[in-house]
Design a protein around this ligand. Structure first.
Ligand code: ADP
Ligand code: MG
Length: 682
C-alpha cells in the first residue's frame, strides 16, 4: 500500500512538473515569438518595401530611417544607459561622414573600407573626448560635449584644403564588389548594417557590459566598490556609442553624396535627443521608433490630413492613458492631464493651421512635452508594458540557484590576522576623524566597531575600503600592503562593503544588482560578448546570484527593481551584492540602521549564515544586543581614537565606554546600559 502511495504521488508529482515545465516552455515561446518575431517581421517588411514601391522619395526616407536608427542606438548608449547628457553625437556623425568621403576620394577606399574607417574614427575620437570629459559630471559633461561639437564643425569648415569648407564636399559612392549601389541596393546595405548593429548591441547591452553601464549611472561609487570600474566602463560605453555615430556618418555620406559642415550643428542634435526621448531610452526598439519619427515625421506632417489623423490618434492615446491613470490614481493629476491638454491643442491646431511647415517646431515641442510628462519611458516603454500585460508575458524563467558553498567558497578559518591597521589617521581639514588607530582583525571573526555618532567609525571603513586615502598610517591585508584611495582596487583584493547610506543600483532588478557584482564568472572577451556566445556564463551568474538572494531571503523578489523594494529588503540586497565579490572580509556599515524590529532579527540571522560560510566581518552597529549576540571582538571609538576593546561584555563595563555614552563614569551608569534591543547610541 505504502509503496503504491509513494509511487502514485511520485508519478503525480512527475506529471505536475511536466505541466509546469510545459507552461514555462509555452511562455518562453510566446516571448520569443513576440519579441524576436516582431524584429523579424519589421526587418522583412523593411526589406520588401522597395520591391513593391519604386518611389525614389520613399526610398530616401527609408534609407534615412536606417541611418538614424544606427545613430540613435549609439546615442542611447550614452544618454539612456550611461545617463549622460551627450550633446556631441552629431560631431561623430560629421567626423564619420567626412572620414568616409575623404577616404574614398583621396585614398581610393571601397565602401566597406570607408565605413570601417568611419567606425574607427568615431571610436577613437569618442575615446579621446571621453577620457577627460567623463571626469566631469552632469552639466559640465554636457558642456564639454557641446564644445567638442562646436570645435569639430569649425575645424571641418575652416580646413578648406581637406574638406572644401563651406563649399561642401562631393562624395562618390563606389561599387560594392562589382555591384552598383543604386538607391535600392544602397538602402539594403544600410538595412544590413542596422540589423548587424541591432544584433551586436542587443548582445552587448544584455550582457555584463550593459548592466555595468546602468549600474554606474545609478551609483558610480558602488560600481567601483563592486570591482566593476565606473570610469573605464563609462569611457568604453561612450566610445562604443560614438563609433556607431561614426558608422552612421559613413552611411550618411554615401546616402547624400554631398557633405557640408553646417549639417552637423546643434539643430540636428536636438532632433536626435527628441528621437531618443520620444522613442524611449534604454531600448533598441525605442531608438528605432525614435529614428522613424524623426526621419518620417517632418515629411508626414507636411500633409495636413496625415497631421490631423496623427494628432487625433495622439489625443486618444493621451486621453485613454491619462484617464486610466487618474482613475487608478497611478500618477499625479498633472502628469495625466497635461498631455491631454497638449495633444488637444495639437488637434485644434491641425484643424486651424493651413501650412504645417511653419509650425513644425511648435508641433515637435508639444509632442515632446506630452511624452516627457505623460510617458517618461517613451513610446516604447509604454508599449512594452502594455504588450506584456496584453499577452500576460511572465518574465523569462530563472535557473535553479547554485549551492551556496560553491558561490561563497568555504575558507579555512585560521584565526590569523587578516587585516591590520597601524596608527591609521584620516583628517578632514582640521577635523581629526580618525586619529591614530591600530587594530587587528582576525580571520573568522565578526569584529564589532562601536562608538557615538561622529566618532569616526564610517571614516575608518571608508579609508579601509579605498573611498578616502589615509592621511597617515599603514594597512595590511594578509600581511601585504592594502591598496589605498581606490574602491576599485580594494574590492579586487577581497574586501567588500555595504554603505551606511544605501548605494543600490536603483533601476536594476534585485537579481541584476547581485549579478553585476558577481566575481569570477565573466571571462569571455568582448568579441564573444558581441556575438552573444556567453549563454553559459550568464546562466551561471544568474544561478550564483540566486543563491545569494536566497541567503538574504529575497529570492522571490529577484525580478523586482531595487527601488521598488522595502527599505529592509534594500539593506539585505546590498549585503547580497557585497557577497557577490566573494570577499575574505565583509564590511557592514550600520546594516541595522532604520530597520524595524523583525528585520533586525532577520539581519542577525543573515549575518550568522554569512559567518558560517567562513566570511570575516567588520560590523558597525548601534544595537548592543546585536553586537553581543554576533561579535567575538569589539572595538569602541570616540573622537577618532580607540577607547576600549575586548569581548562585548568587557567593553560594556569599561569606564571610558560608559563615560563616552552616558557622560558619568560610575557604576549606576553601567547598570543603566541597555541590555535589550534599545539602541545604545543616539
Ligand atoms: P561615525 O560613522 O562614527 O558616525 P564618521 O566617520 O562619519 O562618524 O565621522 C567622523 C567625523 O569626521 C565627523 O566629525 C564628521 O563630520 C567628519 N567627516 C566624515 N566624513 C567627512 C568628509 N567627507 N568631509 C569632512 N568631514 C568628514
Ligand atoms: Mg557612520
Amino acid at each position: 500500500m505504502a509503496v503504491e502511495a509513494v509511487l502514485t504521488t511520485t508519478i503525480l508529482d512527475r506529471i505536475y512538473r511536466e505541466i509546469l515545465y510545459a507552461e514555462n516552455k509555452l511562455t518562453m515561446w510566446k516571448r520569443l515569438l513576440l519579441v524576436r518575431g516582431a524584429e523579424i517581421v519589421v526587418f522583412l517588411l523593411l526589406t520588401a518595401i522597395p520591391l513593391e514601391i519604386n518611389n525614389a522619395y520613399a526610398l530616401g526616407l527609408l534609407t534615412l530611417l536606417a541611418v538614424y536608427g544606427i545613430l540613435l542606438i549609439g546615442l542611447d548608449v550614452t544618454v539612456g544607459y550611461l545617463g549622460q547628457i551627450n550633446l556631441g553625437h552629431t560631431a561623430f556623425l560629421g567626423l564619420g561622414a567626412y572620414a568616409a568621403g575623404l577616404s574614398v576620394s583621396y585614398l581610393g577606399f571601397g565602401v566597406l573600407g570607408a565605413l570601417g574607417l568611419s567606425l574607427v574614427v568615431g571610436l577613437v575620437f569618442g575615446g579621446i573626448l571621453a577620457l577627460p570629459a567623463l571626469r566631469l559630471e552632469g552639466p559640465q559633461f554636457a558642456l564639454a560635449t557641446l564644445s567638442f561639437s562646436a570645435l569639430t564643425v569649425t575645424t571641418l569648415n575652416e580646413w578648406e584644403g581637406l574638406t572644401n569648407g563651406a563649399q561642401g564636399l562631393q562624395v562618390a559612392r563606389p561599387d560594392l564588389f562589382g555591384l552598383q549601389l543604386n538607391a535600392q541596393n544602397f538602402y539594403w546595405l544600410c538595412l544590413i548594417f542596422l540589423a548587424l548593429v541591432w544584433l551586436v548591441m542587443r548582445n552587448l547591452l544584455s550582457s555584463q557590459w550593459g548592466r555595468a553601464f546602468e549600474a554606474l549611472r545609478d551609483s558610480p561609487i558602488a560600481t567601483d566598490a563592486m570591482g566593476i570600474g565606473a570610469y573605464r566602463h563609462k569611457v568604453a560605453g561612450f566610445a562604443i556609442g560614438s563609433a556607431l555615430g561614426g558608422l552612421a556618418g559613413g552611411l550618411y555620406a554615401f546616402n547624400f553624396q554631398y557633405l557640408q559642415p553646417q549639417t552637423f550643428v546643434y539643430d540636428l542634435m536636438i532632433i536626435l535627443l527628441l528621437g531618443i526621448v520620444l522613442g524611449g531610452r534604454k531600448s533598441l526598439w525605442g531608438a528605432f521608433v525614435g529614428a522613424s519619427l524623426i526621419a518620417l515625421l517632418p515629411n508626414l506632417l507636411s500633409s495636413r490630413i496625415v497631421f490631423q489623423t496623427l494628432s487625433i490618434l495622439g489625443f486618444l492615446l493621451a486621453f485613454s492613458a491619462g484617464a486610466r491613470c487618474l482613475v487608478k490614481k497611478k500618477t499625479k493629476p498633472f502628469q495625466a492631464i497635461a498631455p491631454i491638454v497638449a495633444m488637444g491643442t495639437l488637434v485644434i491646431g491641425s484643424l486651424v493651421v493651413k501650412n504645417t511647415e511653419d509650425w513644425r517646431q511648435a508641433i515637435f515641442a508639444l509632442m515632446l512635452f506630452s511624452v516627457v510628462v505623460g510617458l517618461p519611458e517613451g513610446l516604447m516603454g509604454f508599449a512594452s508594458h502594455f504588450l506584456a500585460q496584453l499577452f500576460r508575458l511572465a518574465p523569462p524563467s530563472l535557473p535553479e540557484a547554485s549551492p551556496l558553498d560553491t558561490v561563497l567558497v568555504n575558507k579555512p578559518v585560521d584565526g590569523e590576522a587578516l587585516l591590520e591597521l597601524k596608527n591609521l589617521k584620516r583628517y578632514f581639514g582640521g577635523v581629526k576623524a580618525v586619529d591614530g588607530i591600530s587594530l587587528s582583525i582576525r580571520s573568522g571573526q565578526i569584529h564589532g566597531l562601536l562608538g557615538p555618532n561622529g566618532s569616526g567609525k564610517s571614516t575608518v571603513v571608508n579609508v579601509i575600503s579605498g573611498l578616502y586615502p589615509p592621511t597617515a598610517g599603514e594597512m595590511l591585508l594578509h600581511g601585504k600592503p592594502l591598496p589605498t584611495g581606490s574602491l576599485f582596487k580594494v574590492s579586487r583584493v577581497g574586501i567588500s562593503r555595504t554603505f551606511q547610506n544605501l548605494q543600490l543600483f536603483a533601476e536594476l532588478t534585485a537579481l541584476d544588482n547581485v549579478m553585476v557584482a558577481m566575481k569570477g564568472v565573466y571571462r569571455s572577451v568582448l568579441p564573444l560578448v558581441l556575438l552573444g556566445l556567453i549563454k553559459e556564463e550568464e546562466k551561471r551568474a544568474q544561478a550564483d546570484s540566486l543563491a545569494l538572494l536566497t541567503l538574504v531571503d529575497l529570492k522571490d523578489l529577484a525580478r523586482s527593481k531595487a527601488k521598488d523594494l522595502t527599505y529592509g529588503a534594500q539593506r539585505f540586497l546590498e549585503i547580497a551584492r557585497a557577497l557577490a565579490r566573494k570577499p575574505d572580509l565583509l564590511i557592514l556599515d550600520e546594516p541595522a540602521a532604520g530597520l524595524a524590529h523583525p528585520d533586525v532579527t532577520r539581519l542577525v540571522e543573515i549575518i550568522k549564515r554569512i559567518h558560517q560560510q567562513g566570511v570575516s566581518i567588520i560590523l558597525i552597529e548601534h544595537h548592543m544586543d546585536v553586537v553581543s549576540e554576533l561579535c567575538g571582538m569589539v572595538t569602541v571609538l570616540d573622537g577618532g581614537k580607540i577607547i576600549a576593546d575586548g569581548s562585548p561584555d568587557e567593553v560594556k563595563r569599561h569606564p571610558k565606554v560608559i563615560e563616552a555614552y552616558l557622560g558619568t563614569p560610575d557604576d549606576e551608569a553601567a547598570k543603566a546600559l541597555p541590555a535589550s534591543d534599545a539602541p545604545l547610541l543616539a
